[in-house]
Write a protein that binds this ligand. Sequence first.
Ligand SMILES: [Zn+2]
Length: 471
Amino acid sequence: MLRNRRNWGAVALILTATAVTLLFTRSDEDSVGVPWEFHRNSQMMEVCRTGILTVMADTIDTFTSTIGEGFLGGAVRDLGISGGQYLATCEILMDSLGWTVQRSGDTLAAIYCRGELSELRAYPGNRRGFYRIAYNAGDPSMWEYVPQERWIRQRAVSCEISTTVWDALWDTALPGDLSGSGLLISSRDSSRAVGYVSELQHALTDRLFVYDIDFYYDVKVGDKLWILIEENRYPLDGETGFRRILAAKYQFVHGGMAEAFPFFHRPDEAESAEIILDHYHRDGASLRTMFLKMPVPFGRISSGYSNARMHPVLGYTRAHRGIDYASPLGTEIYAVGDGTITVRSWTGGYGNMVRIRHANGYETGYGHMNGYASGQSVGSYVRQGEIIGYVGSTGLSTGPHVHFEMKRNGSYVNPATEIMPPADPLEGEELDRFLAEMLVIEAQWSMLVGIDLPVPEVEIEPEVVAEEPVE
Ligand SMILES: [Zn+2]
């Protein structure tokens, strides 16, 4: 009898492993452009998986633990993993799977079958996929990163401002899975809804229109807003995530409007061949300036740019040719402009540091980092606003902050007073392609919204005036 149960346990384990693998592996046939096909498959798999788990219900135990303040080891131990298994597990997660930055909120789940560890899953809070380690007779036998399947859709949102931009987006921009019933049923749903609107508003006010609209003073009741949003859809759980804004129009009630149109292209400076999305005005002028105002989403200037100050650690007077932004440990640090990483290493007093070379003789540096963003190295081309690391206190530092400095043609400049040049406008062939695509996008967007979207009033062409006889 005991022998039979053991055999059944082994069979069940193999079945589970097969089902899990099928569930989370996308074959080449499942094209992103054919979501219905995939959806049907995943439903079938779900039925299959539920069946297996029902049979196995009394043999399987699942434990979870949450990572606090970046400590992986404690969370692994909380799952009952110890000794050699503990060391092997931590090593695989960090060295083989490259999960080097743990943040509070990341979770681990251990699946035990008849008291023996069979699988460990690590869910990074900021990603959709997860890391998976399978164990055989207690030893790790296989590990992988499992990206969750997703497909992308476009959605058009129209709203009118009656109080604030936030309220307008909250009332009109939530996707169906968060607003369909009109009732938010769980705290997870409500935090996802808040997260969605926050990301959307951030992309709109702090990125897209940051130089075109002053969202404190310009916004008036009666202003209208149209946004073309790109979203991620995750068929397995039916959830929607905000991806990016493709296009937007903001019409002021007292006249005038701001517009942003998308253009996919390869930037000239790029050493990678990746196609990127930039936004332009109707005439092909860029919406952004060459640099962001600061390298962190929020932060307090704890030390400004000066030619002489008392150094808090060294204790003597020394120039501070940069700006320090105090921010919580682990806050994301952005590249302030497009460019190529030239330094990404320990640099004495500045601890872990990244330096980026930009166009027009500019260079920026970011010091005291807690850690670097994954997937980048010296020579990587990064975009404006891309995460390059996380706030820390490494090197000569009294607390978590980022030391941010800027050079132009090799000399330090004060980033706070340096006049930020605009990013390059579109020209030549690129401009022609942008103008043609813009008309198509505007027509399709109008169809999605169901009205003819407004366009700015056309200014009188100088040629018309020139036809009049000149005195
Ligand atoms: Zn500093």
